[in-house]
Each structure stands twice: as C-alpha cells, then as structure tokens.
Design a protein around this ligand. Structure first.
Ligand code: ATP
Ligand code: MG
Length: 443
C-alpha cells in the first residue's frame, strides 16, 4: 500500500528544508482548512434555514393571493396582478408556457410547497421554463375556469454581505501572523543555540545563552552554558599541566647544558648538545603553544600592516635570509600585532626551512578582506596532509631530519592565533612546485 509519508520523503524537493517553514506550513494549512470547513458548514446551515423560512412564506402568500384572485370578478383581476407580485414570483392571467417537469432541486421544492398550499382546492401542474436562469411556472384553473399561471424565479438563499470576504481575509491574516509568531518563538532558541555553539572557539569565549524564556528553552540554555563552562575548565586544566611540565623541564635542561659544556670535546659531546637544543626548543614551543591557547589574548588595535611587514622583512634580511615582499596594503587595519607577527613569522620560518626562500605577497581581493600569502618553491605538502599539519606535533616524515628539525607546533600555533583573530589560514600546493600559506584577514 502506498502511503503519503514515503511519497513525501521520496520527493523532498516539495517539502521545505527549514523547521520554521515546515511548522509554519503545517499550522497555517491546518488552521486555514478547519476555518474553511467551519465556514462551509455555517453557510450550508444558513442556506437551509432561510430556504425553509422562504418556502413556508411562499406557501402561505401564494395561497392567499390565489384565493383573492379567485374571489375577484374577472375584469378586476389584471389591476391586482402588480400588487400581488413579489421578488421571486408574479401572477399571469393565461395558460403560460408549457415545458418539462421542473428538475432542479430548488424549483422542485418551490413547486411542491405551492402545490401543498393550494393543491387541495385546485388542480395544479408545474413545469420548468427553458431559458438561462432557473425559472418555472405553476398552472391552475380558477373556479370560474379562467387559467392562472404563477411565474417563479427561485432565489437561492440570501446574498452574502459585502464585508464578508474582507472579514475572511482579515481572519486569514491574523491566523498567518499568529502562526509566524508561534513558530518563531519555537525556532529562535535553536538559532541562538547554533550560533553560540559556532562561536565556541579556541579562546572558549562563546556567547552565553540567556537563561530566561519558556521553561524548555531555559533548560536547554542552562545545559549549554554548563557544558561550555565544563569544556573551558577541562581545557584550562590540560593547558596548565602542559605549561607546568614544559616550564619545569626548562631548569633541568639548562643544568644539563651547563654540564655538557664542561665536558670534554668529542663526537658524543656535539650530539648531546644538539639533542639538548632540540629539547629546549620543544619545551619553549610547548610553553608558547599553551600560552596562545590559554587566550593570553592581546587586545586588537589599529596598526599599519605595511610597516609591520617592512620591519619583519628587514629583520629577516639582516639575518641573511632570502625573503622578498610584493604588494602593499595601503590602509590601516584593526588587528593583534603580536599575534600577526607570530603567525607570519611561523609561516616564513617554514618557507625558509623547507623551501630555502620566502616570498610574501599582499593581495586585497575580494573587497573587504586582505590576503597575505607566504610562498616558497620547496617540496610542498602531499594533498592529503594539507589539513593534518595544523595539528600539534604533526610533521611530515620526510622533513624529520636534522636540517629541518622542529617540534611541529609552528602551524598549530599559527592556526590557533588566526582563529582567535577571526581570520583564516590555509595551505595550498603551488602550480610548478612549492607551498602557499594564505592568511585571510577581515578588513
Ligand atoms: N613551506 C612548507 N613546505 C613544505 N612542508 C611544510 C611547509 N610548512 C610546513 N610544512 C610541513 O608541515 C609540518 C608542520 O609544520 P610546523 O610549522 O607545524 O612544524 P615544524 O616547522 O616542523 O616545526 P616548528 O615550526 O614547531 O619548529 C612540517 O614538519 C613540514 O613537514
Ligand atoms: Mg614550522
């Protein structure tokens, strides 16, 4: 058996996607249909009642008029005809027009009720009159043998008042407005919840949901806020442990370095020194990573990005690195200068480490954004690892050699900082080899 459910599912294009539209549609269609049904019921009842009243009226009126005409002398009858005529019928002296028996329900009912009123005294025949409107004639003979015809144009009920469509439209509008308001009440908290969950970024400073409103909504908001607090406390705890371990390792490492320095020169000595240096960077980076995550957030301020890029370029050139800068921003920018410096520094360091040279390119399209790209001609990154390298401590196996040694935290820190700056950071392999790291800032 085919049911409506699977059919609707099979054709999802007809069914709106949003909860708002679905609820509004269901409520509105349901209410409008029941409104239409009750309107139809009222109208039917009303027509039936007026019809019954009208039939009784015709029955009595026609009977007394026929009795009057019967008693009048034949010569006076024509004068009375206009006075006896009513909105839906008139009297004609004569045999009238012949025709088939009345078939329309209304005509049949009128003919029957007239026959009932006067049929006991006269022999009555009724027939329909062919024409555009529903019309019938009832024929009888008065007691002096003169033919009399009652010409009837039945009126179907009382016409509707002119303001009724207006009232119906108004009702529909009120119904629509109520549906919209009710559905909005139900779906707005969902939007707020989704937005709050979206803004729950690395700095754990998501928008708190208001805990008032209907009880179900308030409960969901309380649960969400509590969850947010729990996540924040777990993360803080984890980071504190990381920071504490990293920090406490610094002292023994420094002690070890001092001891190694006092040792006799030799191949083992050099290797030990190298290992200790690596451990030191690891620990330093660990502390730095913990700090960036901990939201030691710097306050954004108005900066001159060109001056920042120029000074960074000068520092790298002074250190003897092959770095170049192309393009100019040409306008001030609201940003966190320390964070921006750190992100760009990490990207340039990578380009130098893996590509030997770095090229910084500034691009201001599309409007409203500012893209700063760091390009190199190194080996690039396999497409499947382009996202993975943003994870802390992830390094690509081939780069794990002494020359390019690192901790694998550079990109993780850069990603955390860009998220905190509400910016975007992505990696792309370049045509012709090499990597492009693109930082997209909002203006
Ligand atoms: N410009 C690049 N070209 C090729 N590979 C890259 C480039 N930048 C990053 N990578 C790859 O991504 C990995 C992660 O980079 P990330 O900067 O996080 O760590 P790292 O440079 O190895 O160490 P750290 O920056 O902590 O000293 C690198 O080990 C390297 O394999
Ligand atoms: Mg790096």
């Amino acid at each position: 058996m085919k049911t409506a459910g699977p059919a609707a599912l099979a054709n999802p294009a007809r069914w709106p996607r949003s909860l708002f539209a679905r609820l509004a549609l269901i409520l509105f269609v349901g209410l409008a249909a029941s409104q239409a049904a009750s309107f139809w019921l009222t109208m039917t009842e009303r027509n039936q009642a007026t019809m019954n009243v009208m039939m009784g009226y015709i029955e009595r009126e026609v009977a007394s008029s026929v009795a009057l005409l019967d008693r009048l002398p034949a010569a006076e009858r024509p004068d009375w005809l206009p006075r006896l005529a009513r909105r839906s019928y008139r009297f004609v002296l004569g045999p009238g027009i012949a025709g088939a028996a009345p078939d329309a329900t209304l005509s049949a009912r009128v003919a029957a009720s007239i026959a009932e009123g006067i049929g006991t005294s006269y022999e009555v025949t009724a027939n329909a009159v062919p024409g555009e409107r529903e019309r019938l004639q009832v024929h009888l003979r008065l007691s002096d043998g003169a033919p009399l015809t009652i010409d009837i144009t039945p009126m179907p009920g009382i016409p509707l008042s002119r303001w009724l469509p207006l009232l119906l439209a108004l009702q529909l509008a009120v119904l629509g407005a109520c549906c919209w308001y009710a559905v909005r009440q139900a779906t707005r908290p969902l939007h707020q919840l989704a937005r709050a969950a979206d803004t729950l970024g690395p700095d754990l400073k998501a928008e708190r949901l208001p805990e008032d409103g209907p009880s179900e909504v308030a409960r969901a908001a309380r649960a969400f806020n509590a969850m947010q607090d729990r996540i924040a406390s777990y993360v803080t705890e984890r980071l504190q442990i990381l920071a504490a371990i990293s920090h406490d390792l610094q002292t023994p490492i420094t002690r070890m370095r001092l001891r190694v320095d006092l040792m006799d020169e030799g191949p083992q000595h050099v290797k030990l020194q190298q290992d200790l240096r690596e451990m030191e960077t690891l620990v330093k980076e660990g502390v730095a990573y913990a700090r960036t995550l901990h939201g030691a957030a710097e306050v954004p301020c108005r900066i001159d990005p060109d001056a920042l890029l120029d000074s960074m370029l000068a520092d790298y050139l002074d250190a003897g690195h092959d770095v170049s800068l192309q393009g100019k921003v040409g306008a001030a920018l609201v940003a966190r200068p320390q964070a921006l410096r750190r992100v760009l520094g990490n990207l340039i360091d990578n380009a130098l480490k893996f590509g030997g040279a770095a090229e910084i390119a500034v691009d201001a399209v599309p409007a409203g954004t500012l893209a700063i790209s760091v390009l190199d001609r190194g080996p690039g990154i396999p497409a499947e690892s382009l996202e993975a390298v943003f994870e802390p401590f992830v390094r690509i196996e081939t780069s794990r050699n002494r020359n390019t040694g690192g901790t694998g935290l550079g990109l993780a820190i850069a990603r955390q900082l860009t998220l905190a700056m509400d910016a975007g950071l992505s990696l792309h392999n370049r045509a012709g080899g090499g990597l492009e790291a693109r930082l997209v800032l909002k203006r």
